[in-house]
Design a protein around this ligand. Sequence first.
Ligand code: NAD
Length: 368
Amino acid sequence: MNLNIACIPGDGIGPEITAEAKKVLETVCEKYGHTLTIEDVLMGGCSIDRYGVPLTQETIDVCRSKSAVLMGSIGGDAKTSPWYQLEPSKRPEAGLLGIRKALGLYANLRPAYLFHELAASCPLAAGENGDRSFDLIIVRELTGGLYFGERWTKTIDGVETAVDTLRYNENEIRRVARTAFEIAKKRRHRVTSVDKANVLDTSRLWRKVVHEVAADYPDVSLDDMLVDNCAMQLVRTPEQFDVVLTENMFGDILSDEASMITGSIGMLPSASLNESSFGLYEPSHGSAPDIAGLGIANPIATVLSGAMMLRYSFGLAKEADAVEAAVRQTLSDGYRTADLMPKDAGPAEGLVRVACSEMGSKISERVQ
Ligand code: NAD
């Protein structure tokens, strides 16, 4: 197969971590006889420095002409970077919202699973007996709801007042619900739809449409859960979840919560999909400006984003499995980037600290 993709390395640690993901993708493609072509494009702060805007039409056009996009992360330190002197619509993050919209990426997939090799660094997720295990995926609606509604701030009768509008139509709900049910069919056949239907009209419409979609998937079970309860249950018993389907803002908050219960922000990938197999794949974390350029970033979330790309955009499940297995093997062989190293641990515990590029190479060797 010919895999023709764009890469947005971005800012901060972005170029370091995407270099390792490319290395692993090249290895897996070579091993399984695929051709990989990657074209790099600018977005975020580096695009502001070069072109004065965070996202150019050229970047959008290049991304559109490919089958998928691999991304590092964008943005800088809001306190010190000159990018944040600009008005909000010209800052690096505007590039992210712009590309999601331009590419019609309405479904955001955020898996959260516990790596047994790292359970010690996450006592909450490890459970009382250290035997907890979970593997869930959050499907978040990405282009509707509160973040895209009409908003304004004005003074009314001498009182400063702000309004954000939360709006969904049935089509926006239906298409992301279908994505969640399709994913559940390939997993453990369970969808939990999260809303606030005891208060919000949009949630009541959400619930109605999700149940209509569920009728087309008799082999997938559906439960509804209120968002406040879900926030609790994720911490209490994350193993009860398979696919969690939710709207934009609830998904934003719950997916960050879910990623933290796994113990490390450097481990979790994400995908944003449109109605075809096109997707943008990126780590769940940001550009980590505090460690940029030091060569110590953890590239695993980006490597695993590459595995999601193989699975969802190219249908290459065997190749994706090979990358995921290589990551687990590298961890069980004791290799750790700095963020994964428990305090005072070292060779006596069978752990070896490696740099970002070494971690990529160790994973590549195991893919091979
Ligand atoms: P962050 O995720 O970049 O960093 C939080 C902490 O986690 C930092 O201490 C960082 O060093 C550490 N960390 C993150 N990724 C790591 C990795 N791979 N390996 C080792 N350590 C890692 O979050 P932040 O500091 O809130 O944001 C920094 C910048 O990233 C901001 O400009 C923000 O807007 C941007 N951001 C971008 C995206 C994106 O591109 N999708 C997402 C979130 C944040």
